[in-house]
Design a protein around this ligand. Structure first.
Ligand SMILES: [Zn+2]
Length: 443
């Protein structure tokens, strides 16, 4: 490894230990600490480490984010990591104290070693290795530290509101080789009139295919008959039923079985109520939304369309929907088309939340350079840039991809007990980051 010396490795591990020793999961807000004191202290600490490396640092006075920078010029290359972690969970599930990072047999243990303190430190000390070798960056390199990645991304949103955008960058918060596309994520409601025919109460998460749907209203016998006819499974509790499906994450909706849709298909046969026709006569069970919108697809895959709840009261009907939109599809056009189609069923589209897609073309300098660096470092010349249905901070920034820091074969301990990262793997990741930074920011 030409850049990552043993000295650098030792320094990086020491910094990681300090950072892991500072618990930084989301807690009650206080002044200057919108996500709790622990996260603010981790941010302070990280910026102090950057200071020691000779970087200029800035900390948002409200405590939403911080960044550290080195180099000069107009152009900014960003490295986007996060310092918050999920909580440790059940302490009994851990073999060591999650906030006392010990090293055993060349492996460092502790909350945040993989997600995302470890990879962020790896990228930072990769930079230090280049600086220690006397190299001078040809642009500004800015490390941006998020503080609310595990919850609502409010920290990075504040950064984008107040600070300069980057020109190019990566987020070390995923797996190698590289993620160049993440679908757009649109969550919304479809709202319509209520009815006195029956009611439906649900309390389902938007981002999951519902595996169960209860019904205890009128015409239960008829509803059961239709379920039987379709071969839809349900539990019979006498005065109520639970329709059964298979719950999966909304990004994989076509692989699940949606119990709410199955119940609605049955109800539509029994009751004359326009909003039900959307499901029973049009959408059916196709979670790509093809029956409603036609085929919507590109190289990042097909649209996924999850309907997670269908609530009916005398006053209102309310559906929750979660759309994962292929990266090159015009979202506004799609939403306009959807709004128009559901009108026929008395429903109105109502926006809830949107995350823009990540898409940096495979032919771009950024993807080409990083892929080549990865291939040369690992010898895996067949490695391909990846598409993901998930979401990383990369999508919050212009011209930014997710790049590492987990190498293939490293067991995934993110969000789990005994979170750990083998130090030889960490060193390899640092070497890849060093070469990448050298090629993109020092030449
Ligand atoms: Zn993460």
């Amino acid at each position: 490894m030409p850049y990552i010396t043993e000295t650098i490795q030792t320094q990086a591990v020491k910094a990681l230990q300090e950072l892991v020793a500072q618990p930084s999961f989301n807690q009650a807000p206080s002044s200057g600490a919108p996500f709790g004191k622990g996260i603010r202290m981790a941010l302070d600490q990280m910026l102090a480490i950057c200071n020691q490396l000779g970087m200029r640092t800035y900390e948002d006075p409200e405590g939403y984010y911080g960044y550290a920078e080195i180099g000069s010029g107009e152009e900014i290359f960003g490295v986007i990591g996060h310092l918050d972690t999920v909580p440790a969970g059940d302490p009994k599930a851990w073999d060591t104290d999650p906030f006392d990072p010990v090293i055993k047999d060349g492996v460092i243990f502790g909350r945040g070693t993989q997600d995302d303190k470890g990879p962020t430190i790896a990228a930072l000390f990769a930079l230090k290795a280049l600086l220690d070798a006397g190299m001078v960056p040809t642009k500004r390199i800015r490390f941006i530290f998020g503080t609310d990645e595990e919850i609502l991304w409010r920290g990075i949103a504040k950064y984008n509101e107040k600070e300069s955008p980057i020109d190019m960058g990566f987020s070390p918060d995923s797996e190698f080789p590289l993620t160049y596309a993440e679908k757009g994520l649109q969550q919304a409601y479809l709202i319509g009139p209520g009815t006195d025919l029956f009611t439906l109460h649900m309390d389902n998460a938007m981002n999951a295919v519902p595996g169960k749907a209860d019904y205890d209203g009128p015409k239960l016998t008829e509803v059961k008959a239709v379920l039987d006819q379709h071969g839809f499974e349900y539990e019979d509790h006498g005065t109520s039923i639970t329709v059964l499906g298979k719950s999966v994450h909304a990004m994989n909706a076509p692989q699940g079985v949606n119990a709410v849709l199955r119940l609605c298909i049955a109800l539509d046969d029994v009751f004359d109520f326009a909003p039900l026709d959307l499901i029973g006569k049009c959408f059916l069970e196709d979670a790509t939304g093809q029956n409603l919108l036609g085929k919507v697809a590109d190289e990042s895959g097909q649209l996924t369309f999850n309907i997670s709840s269908f609530e009916v009261s005398p006053k209102e009907t309310r559906l929750q929907i979660d759309l994962r939109i292929p990266v090159t599809i015009d979202r506004e056009q799609l939403v306009a088309q959807l709004s128009k189609r559901v009108q026929k069923y008395g429903l109105t589209y109502k926006h809830f939340d949107y995350l823009a897609p990540l898409y940096v073309p495979k032919e771009s300098k950024l993807v080409q350079t990083l892929m080549k660096v990865y291939q040369d470092a690992t010898g895996d010349l067949k490695a391909e840039p990846q598409i993901s249905g998930g979401a990383t901070f990369a999508r919050t920034m212009h011209n930014c991809v997710a790049f590492g820091g987990m190498l293939p074969g490293v067991p995934d301990y993110m969000h789990q007990a005994n979170e750990q990262w083998p130090l030889d793997s960490m060193a390899k990741t640092m070497e890849i980051y060093a070469v990448a930074l050298k090629q993109l920011c020092f030449e």
